[in-house]
Design a protein around this ligand. Structure first.
Ligand code: NAP
Length: 440
C-alpha cells in the first residue's frame, strides 16, 4: 500500500475509534440492563408482601404507563420501598393514580352519608371524593367510593359540594333519606342539634344493623349513648375528630370505638349517683366495670355485623392518618394537641414581628417565617411514629450552637412549663371542670 493511502486508512480508523468505543459501551450497557432487570424482579419477588402482589398481577396496566412493563414494575417496587419511609407529605407528592391496577371486585363500596353539611362534613366528603384519593382508599383500605348523600341544610355548602362532585353527590331534604342511601353515616351537626336529629331517625326506624355504620364528629358525643340512640351493633359506632385539612389528606384523625362489651354499672353506682349525672365530656366509660358478657353483647349485636362492615380506621389512615383512642379520656387528651394550633401561629407571628422590628420588610418576614417553619415541621414529621423522634432532633442541634442556646434560654424561662399548664387548663375546660383560663 502506498504510504499516503496507508496514512489515509489510519486516519479513517482513528476517526471511527470513538464511534466504535461508544457502540461497544452501548452494547455492554444493554447487556447489563437486560441481566439486571430479572435479578431486580426476582429480588423484589422474594420480599414483596402478599397484599402488594394483588396489585401487581396485571402487567397490562403497567404496560399502558411504560413501554417496558418490567422496567415499570421494578421502578414501582422502588417507589413502594421508598414510601415505607416517606412522610405523608412525600407520599402525597408521589401519588400515582394506579387504581386501575386493583381488581375493583375486591373493594368494599362506601356509600357515605352526611347529616349536617357544614365545614367538617364538606371536608370529609371532599377527602373521599377527590379523584387521586381513590388510589389511597383502594390500596390502603380496600375501599371504593360509590356515592355521597348529604342533607340540604346549609344550602350554600351542600350545593357547592354538589357542584364540585356532580356525579357523586346527591342532596336530600331529610336525614332519613341520607341514611337510607348510605352505609356509613357521618353525624356532623352541632352538639345542641344531635338529640333531635337522632330521635327523629330512631322514630323513622331507618337504622339497619347489618348495613349501617355511624360515625359522630360531634365533640361531645359519647359512643355508649350513640349505640343506645341508634340501636346499631357496638362494632358499628364510632366517634371521630378531625380537622378540615382532611380534605387534602393532611393532618391526623382521632377515632374512638365502643369497647367490645357493654358497660355494666358497678353495684356502688346507682342511677342517681352524682357521677352519672355529670354532663362533662369526661370519660363516662371509666365510671363502669367492663365484663365480657357475651349474651349482653349478642343482644346488642343482633344481625351479622361483620357483613359489609367498613373499616373506618383503615379509611382514615388512607385519608392522611389516624390514631385510635381507647376511651373518652384519651380522646379528650389527644384533642388538646389540635388546640395548640393557635399557640403555634402565635409563635410564628411573634417571630415575624421581631424580624420586622429589626428592619426586615413585612412581606419578606412573613414569607420567610412561613416557609422556614414549614420545613422544620416537615422534618419533624418524618419518622414521627418513633417516640424518640423529637428528642433526636433536639440532640442533633450543634452543641454550643445557636439553636441549642435558644432552646436552653426558653427552658430557663420556664416556657415549656407554661405550655404544660396551658394544656392542662384547656383539658379541664373540655372536661367541664374549669373555664380553661389561667391566672395572669
Ligand atoms: N369545623 C371543625 O373543624 C370541626 C372539627 C371537628 C369536629 N367538628 C364538629 O362537627 C360538628 C359540625 O361542625 P361544623 O364546623 O361542620 O358546623 P357547621 O358548619 O355549623 O355545620 C353544622 C351543620 O348541621 C346542619 N344542621 C343543623 N341541624 C340539622 C338537622 N336537623 N338536620 C340536618 N342538618 C342540620 C346545619 O345546617 P344549618 O346551617 O342550616 O343550620 C349545618 O349544615 C360540630 O359538632 C363540631 O363540634 C367540627
Amino acid at each position: 500500500m502506498h504510504p499516503s493511502s496507508l496514512d489515509q486508512h489510519t486516519t479513517r480508523i482513528d476517526r471511527r475509534r470513538p464511534i466504535i468505543i461508544i457502540t461497544c459501551f452501548f452494547i455492554l450497557f444493554i447487556f447489563i440492563i437486560g441481566t439486571a432487570i430479572p435479578a431486580v424482579d426476582a429480588f423484589c419477588d422474594s420480599w414483596r408482601p402478599k397484599h402488594i402482589n394483588l396489585h401487581l398481577q396485571q402487567p397490562r396496566t403497567f404496560g399502558a404507563k411504560s413501554s417496558n412493563p418490567k422496567l415499570f414494575i421494578a421502578s414501582h417496587y422502588q417507589s413502594l420501598t421508598k414510601k415505607m419511609t416517606l412522610t405523608s407529605t412525600e407520599m402525597k407528592m408521589s401519588d400515582i393514580d394506579n387504581t386501575n391496577c386493583i381488581d375493583s371486585s375486591t373493594l368494599t363500596q362506601i356509600k357515605a352519608g352526611f347529616i349536617g353539611c357544614g365545614t367538617i362534613a364538606s371536608s370529609i366528603a371532599t377527602a373521599l371524593a377527590t379523584p387521586p384519593h381513590s388510589t389511597h382508599l383502594a390500596q390502603h383500605a380496600g375501599l371504593s367510593l360509590h356515592s355521597i348523600s348529604v342533607t340540604k341544610r346549609s344550602e350554600s355548602k351542600s350545593s357547592k359540594l354538589k357542584q364540585s362532585f356532580p356525579d357523586i353527590v346527591t342532596i336530600y331534604d331529610s336525614a332519613s333519606d341520607v341514611v337510607h342511601n348510605s352505609n356509613v353515616v357521618f353525624l356532623c351537626v352541632l352538639p345542641q342539634q344531635v338529640e333531635k336529629v337522632l330521635d327523629e331517625l330512631k322514630k323513622a326506624n331507618v337504622w339497619r344493623k347489618e348495613e349501617h355504620t355511624l360515625v359522630s364528629l360531634v365533640a361531645t358525643s359519647n359512643v355508649e349513648e350513640l349505640i343506645l340512640q341508634s340501636n346499631l351493633p357496638r362494632s358499628r359506632v364510632y366517634k371521630m375528630i378531625c380537622l378540615p385539612s382532611i380534605a387534602k389528606r393532611e393532618g391526623c384523625a382521632l377515632l374512638q370505638r365502643a369497647p367490645s362489651s357493654a358497660p355494666i354499672a358497678l353495684p356502688s353506682q346507682s342511677p342517681t349517683d352524682d357521677s352519672r349525672n355529670n354532663n362533662s365530656a369526661n370519660d363516662k366509660n371509666e365510671q363502669h366495670t367492663f365484663i365480657d358478657n357475651t349474651d349482653a353483647n349478642n343482644s346488642l349485636n343482633e344481625g351479622n355485623d361483620n357483613n359489609n362492615n367498613i373499616d373506618i380506621k383503615a379509611m382514615l389512615m388512607a385519608l392522611g392518618g389516624c390514631v385510635e383512642c381507647r376511651n373518652d379520656t384519651i380522646m379528650n387528651t389527644m384533642m388538646i394537641t389540635s388546640c395548640m394550633m393557635g399557640p403555634l401561629y402565635g409563635v410564628m407571628r411573634a417571630n415575624r414581628d421581631w424580624l420586622v422590628k429589626n428592619g426586615v420588610t413585612p412581606e419578606d418576614a412573613s414569607y420567610f417565617v412561613g416557609r422556614s417553619y414549614l420545613s422544620m415541621v416537615q422534618d419533624a414529621e418524618r419518622n414521627c411514629q418513633d417516640p424518640k423522634r423529637f428528642d433526636d432532633l433536639i440532640e442533633e442541634q450543634t452543641p454550643g450552637g445557636l439553636n441549642e442556646q435558644s432552646l436552653r434560654n426558653l427552658e430557663k424561662q420556664k416556657v415549656f412549663e407554661s405550655y404544660d399548664r396551658t394544656m392542662d387548663a384547656i383539658l379541664s375546660r373540655l372536661q367541664g371542670t374549669s373555664d380553661g383560663s389561667l391566672p395572669s
